[in-house]
Design a protein around this ligand. Structure first.
Ligand SMILES: Cc1ncc(COP(=O)(O)O)c(C=O)c1O
Length: 385
């Protein structure tokens, strides 16, 4: 089946309204960025110690409603440490969506644990809790209250729902299944700063969560991330592990475990403080942009713009055009036509289960992810548009 490629290009152009090449996303530095970064340099505390680190953590706590925030060198590190804090070990399996960015799978692999890939729902782009329940009831045995994959013999210890493009997963449904099988939940909230599930900020619906402040995210620290938690003991451990597990002392170097140098430098935190101050404006602009896309594509045959699930208020980090089933064959042409016209568009990620490192990993039926992989295209989503 065919879609009107030129109509789609024109509609995108009319919303974007730019003469020049339009990227998918780009940071905006219109606040106190230069002031705070300069101030940080002048203070001489640019690295592991500095008041901007504490300031950014406090601001994140206030913005997200999480009791504790620990900033890190990037979002992948935040995920890695969150998995360690859930006691994930080499011999364990971790359930993750097949439809995600590579970092989710990498973090599991850094521990040596095995990803077990699960499917998503078309209307949320997040893990399908019902399908997950069926899968676990089929492949798992509960032994002494713990969930074991009866095929691999490995314990299924954690699950990492990912809020795709900022759209919240149905966390209540997912948490019910996780509880039934005694599986720890860690939200990959890398893309969802500013997104709320049933009125509560994402990252607050599980034991621990990870946020990213990479240059392409809604706010950036250059590179950076954060762990959110509402558990004081976990927050303390997160700080400890991400700061080389050094026992605080004025002059002595003692470390009580293998730690990581995953702390966010103060220079990056200074940038983050200035960025977070502008969050409300960024969200307002991105939600308005999404609405314009949704409206203009409402009556176009063969495509629709992804809309936030009814339980959510999303940051619309990246907007997505989804081709209807039957129009998969038009994806590459659409990518070609739009990129040729200076409108950056990109297909969604290749499924993790297809990558050579993960081909042998266990997985459930991934039919929805497989279908979405062929039909989802991201379109320019910068807050300046
Ligand atoms: C879903 C997801 N998880 C994890 C990450 C990792 O974050 P970072 O690039 O800060 O390591 C990203 C973003 O890059 C992401 O999109």
């Amino acid at each position: 089946m065919k879609i009107e490629l030129n109509t789609i290009k024109q509609k995108l152009k009319s919303v974007i309204n730019q003469e020049n090449f339009t990227p998918l996303h780009a940071p905006i530095f219109e606040g106190n960025e230069i002031k705070y970064v300069t101030d940080c340099i002048e203070s001489n505390f640019v690295s592991s110690v500095g008041e901007y680190v504490t300031k950014l953590e406090e601001m994140l706590q206030e913005y997200t409603g999480a009791k504790y925030a620990v900033v890190t060198v990037n979002g992948t590190a935040a995920l890695h440490v969150s998995l360690i804090l859930c006691d994930v070990k080499r011999e364990d399996e971790v359930l993750i969506p097949a439809l995600t960015f590579i970092a989710t799978a990498n973090a599991v692999s850094y521990i040596g644990a095995t990803p077990n890939f699960v499917d998503v729902e078309e209307n949320t782009l997040g893990i399908d809790a019902k399908k997950l329940d069926n899968y676990l009831s089929e492949i798992c045995d509960m032994v002494d209250g713990y969930c074991f994959n009866k095929h691999s013999g490995k314990r299924v210890k954690a699950i990492v729902p990912m809020h795709t493009f900022g759209h919240p997963v149905d966390m209540d449904a997912l948490n019910t299944v996780a509880k039934k099988y005694n599986i720890a939940v860690i939200e990959d909230a890398a893309e969802s700063l500013g997104s709320f599930y049933k009125g509560k900020h994402t990252g607050n619906h599980s034991k621990l969560s990870a946020i990213s402040f990479n240059g392409n995210k809604i706010i950036t620290t250059g590179g950076g991330g954060a762990i959110l938690t509402n558990d004081e003991a976990l927050a303390k451990k997160a700080k400890h592990i991400t700061t080389t597990a050094k026992i605080p002392h004025k002059w002595e170097f003692n470390h009580d475990m293998i730690g990581y140098n995953y702390r966010m430098p103060a220079l990056n935190a200074a940038l983050g403080v200035a960025q977070l101050e502008q969050m409300d404006k960024f969200i307002e602009n991105k939600r308005a942009l999404a609405l314009r896309y949704i409206e203009i594509f409402r009556d176009i045959k063969g495509v629709k713009v992804f809309e936030e699930p009814e339980y959510a208020e999303s940051n619309y980090w990246l907007n997505a055009l989804i081709l209807d089933r039957g129009y998969e064959n038009m994806r590459d042409e659409l990518l070609q036509v739009t990129n040729d016209a200076g409108i950056m568009t990109r297909p969604i990620w290749t499924l993790m289960s297809k990558l050579k490192m993960f081909k042998e990993c266990p997985k459930m039926d991934l039919s929805i992810s497989e279908s979405l992989e062929k039909r989802v295209i991201n379109i320019p989503s910068g807050a300046w548009l």
